[in-house]
Design a protein around this ligand. Structure first.
Ligand SMILES: NC(=O)c1ccc[n+]([C@@H]2O[C@H](COP(=O)([O-])OP(=O)(O)OC[C@H]3O[C@@H](n4cnc5c(N)ncnc54)[C@H](O)[C@@H]3O)[C@@H](O)[C@H]2O)c1
Ligand SMILES: O=C(O)C(=O)C[C@]1(C(=O)O)C=C[C@@H](O)C=C1
Length: 367
């Protein structure tokens, strides 16, 4: 498709969307603006955008699609600014914010001027920020939630989806309220819990310095997202307060229930608590990205002998399968360790599984 796409906020998400659009629509011109000049310069240098705009006003005037990929609180200010600018008559404005209710409410100022706004949220990401972390496969197989306002018509929604086709994401239209509840449960609230677990470990460290050294395996898995941008998560929490307060209340009740099971040493109920959680977790789709899992992990049971890791990476290198991360889950006295190898796509993981099976008899699972 031909047209000018203006991306405001050239970080992980804005940068990744720009790459997807450039890949799918070679005739389009992707223009970018970031308040951080260094990000804009880098985006242009590494080919994430075709042109840099020196201001929002300059980039917006000739745009066919405007994508706001700034922090959520800034997105509201940008919407306000856009509503005061002369824009193309049939421009489509969208955003990528992790919260939707207050942003879509704000966008009524655009609707009043006859400007189409379609709220958007690609439900995949990473704990990394900035344009240098942008990649075009970030949203593959992920859900891309859309919250169009009442004035957006079906044709405009289809046009936006066509522009975003290169994300290879699955589009789903929901109301802003439903969006904030769903993402509150599967994304925002887990980030609060991850941060709280890290705080608990950090304060326990004052009584034993061994804590930090032993905090491996499971602790690292469940707290990876605590390494995300604090500014981004501050803003998300501020814009989804009612939902998160309700979820915190439910969580506290849940923890009181666990405390009662422990106090009464209710073995069977404790077993059931873990069993029902395991059943639900094991039943979650593994092919879909979204809240869980964020990466394509392959778990390989490896015997503990020197050189076993380089042996496996050697097999993968031989078949030109690139890996994004590799780590060992701590095993202490057990003879076998678990090597966790992360890949960029499901396809790479499947190729790796086949390759390792060909050269070894190591047991593997995809978690
Ligand atoms: N990181 C994720 O996992 C993820 C996933 C989906 C959606 N989101 C949402 O997408 C948005 C962007 O997140 P990100 O991870 O790309 O963050 P990021 O920090 O990587 O990028 C945000 C960019 O916006 C720029 N910016 C800030 N104020 C600006 C302004 N006034 N004008 C222009 N640029 C401005 C920043 O300089 C930065 O480069 C957020 O609203 C976030 O909630 C994030
Ligand atoms: O994988 C991660 O690091 C993420 O936290 C990604 C994640 C999520 O919670 O799933 C974070 C926020 C976004 O709004 C969407 C995706």
């Amino acid at each position: 498709m031909k047209g000018r796409i203006f991306v405001i906020g050239l970080g992980l998400i804005g940068g990744s969307l720009a790459l997807c659009i450039k890949e799918e629509h070679s005739e389009a011109v992707v223009v970018g603006f970031d308040v951080n000049e260094e990000q804009t310069r880098l985006a242009k240098m590494i080919g994430v955008i075709d042109e840099a705009a020196h201001s929002i006003e300059a980039g917006a005037a000739s745009a066919d699609v405007i994508i706001i990929a700034t922090p959520v609180t800034v997105a509201e200010q940008v919407i306000e600014l856009l509503s005061s600018l002369p824009l193309k008559e049939d421009v489509i404005v969208t955003d990528t914010g992790s919260t939707k209710k207050t942003i879509t409410d704000k966008a009524f100022c655009l609707a009043q001027k006859g400007i189409c706004f379609i709220g958007g949220h690609p439900m995949a990401g990473s704990h990394k920020s900035g344009v240098s972390a942008a990649k075009k496969i970030l949203f593959e197989n992920a859900f891309y939630l859309l919250t169009p306002n009442e004035t957006a018509n079906a044709g405009e929604i289809e046009t936006l989806k066509m522009w975003l086709q290169g994300t290879k994401a699955k589009f789903l239209t929901v109301s802003p309220e439903e969006h904030d509840y769903l993402t509150g449960v599967v994304s925002h609230f887990p980030h609060i819990i991850a941060a709280s677990l890290v705080h608990q470990a950090a304060s326990a460290e004052s009584s034993s310095t061994l804590i930090g050294r032993l905090a491996a395996g499971g602790f690292r898995d469940i707290t990876r997202i605590a390494s995300s941008s604090p500014a981004m998560w501050r803003d998300i929490l501020l814009l989804n307060r009612p939902v998160l307060l309700e979820l915190l209340d439910e969580w506290q009740q849940e923890m009181s229930k666990v405390a009662r099971l422990l106090e009464t040493a209710a073995a069977e109920e404790i077993f059931n608590y873990f069993q029902t959680a395991k059943d639900y977790r094991d039943g979650l789709p593994t092919k879909e990205k979204g809240a869980i899992p964020a990466f394509y992990d392959l778990f390989v049971d490896v015997p503990d002998y020197p050189g076993v890791i380089s042996e496996i990476t050697g097999y993968l290198a031989k078949e030109e399968i690139s890996i994004t991360n590799i780590r060992i889950l701590e095993t202490r006295e057990e003879v076998y360790g678990v090597l966790v190898i992360s890949f960029q796509s499901d396809e790479d993981r499947a190729r790796a599984e086949k390759c390792i099976k060909h050269y070894t008899n190591f047991e593997m699972s995809i978690g």
